[in-house]
Design a protein around this ligand. Sequence first.
Ligand code: ADP
Length: 471
Amino acid sequence: MEIIHVSAECYPYAKAGGLADVVGTLPKYQQQLGHIAKVVIPMHRTKFLYENEWTVEHKGGFAMGNNHFDYTIIKEKTNKLNFDLYCVDIYGLLDRENIYSYDDDTERFCAFQIAVVDWLASWEHRPDVVHVHDHHAALVPFMMRHCFAYRHLASVPTVLTIHNGQYQGWMSWDKSSYIPGWDTWQWGKLDWDNMINPLACGVKCADRVTTVSPSYMEELTYNANGLEQLFVMEKAKCTGILNGIDTVVWDPATDTYILDNFSTKDIEAGKELNKKKLCKDFNLDIKMPLFIFIGRLVGEKAADLLPQAINDSLGTMKNKMNFLILGSGDPVVESQLEAIKSSFVGYYNSQIGYNEKLAHQMYAGADFILMPSRVEPCGLNQMYAMRYGTVPIVRSTGGLKDTVIDFGEPKGYGIRFNNATVWDITYSIHRAVELYDDKEKLAEIREQMMQIDNSWEVSAGKYINLYNSIR
Ligand code: ADP
């Protein structure tokens, strides 16, 4: 089967979060299952672009509103990622350093999607499935069905995966001319609440919709940033498939980013050496339990609760724990987290920014990872952490609920709490400190977590079954 993934991100080419990890891994596993998986993303100006060789695959052009754009499809030459990676280059529009957050993102992602569909329409054969990811690619199914120039793609099955339903790509109706010549009888497919809503449109038009965990699928029917009713109506074609992790990239036994490689055979020694380095680099005390947070400093991740939770915990149990934070996002949270440094020298540190290498070192060296998320469609951090023997402290939501069992439950290994509140976080930190003091139990939990199979094998097969059901 030939599967085309359309996405804004793909690790290691361009990554802002979990979307990149999934799109950089799932196709690899689909290839291993004997299918042809291809990925197409915008041609962001990242290191990966310049460090690799590319061939020109196709050139074309299209009108968008009053503008004409030429585009080029380039392909990575050496199959470095174990699947074919294609990029859409549109001069001045897509060839930028960042993936998102430009004022003209609406134009950029509309143009990206038109170029992808225009390119697919030029093929002599049809792919078996077009699998689009998040709102940046969610207009593709509509374009394939209802844009006059591309209607010969209408019979190609489409799947939309929602990695994050909070962002929907809203466009005002005065931008409807960005979508190339379409059947205006179908306006209702584009509309949600008097706006063009690409994510809602994808849910309406794709043959199947998936979310990245079963619990998140359920949650979307009552918490979907305005789309709850839509998910209730479309429930029959929606399913939750849990993300996996790339067990080659995320393997403490071979990870080249970490100081000391380790496996289940030498967990305690391996973690200690990695912790030692981390504590030295960030002026923390090796003897104390090390709590980390890695991620976007946004409301969804409940990052706004961290400064108070850390202040309260260190205020009451100062010489009992360390914290290290890595992330960027809300400037207010960033500055609050930076401000804690001076109050708790030797117990707290933070690095504002994005740092892939440090993230690996933190998963390896930490004792506990905090994930108090208000919304967590799947969450990869907890799975990476567990593979590196780090105990996840999570709020019971979305994928966190599907992947972490509290250590108080039979066969449990993590720490779970119910409410995104400072009190629930600090209470869970207290439980973690107690667990840290019970060395035998902690060692047992570490070993158990490292053996959990969160690899893609099972989920990759579920996607193939899903494709087969609509072919
Ligand atoms: P989301 O996609 O919502 O941000 P996920 O848990 O699905 O959250 O994926 C987050 C991914 O991004 C993980 O691979 C995590 O290690 C990585 N990540 C997030 N923030 C940073 C950061 N500041 N530095 C390095 N890696 C980060």
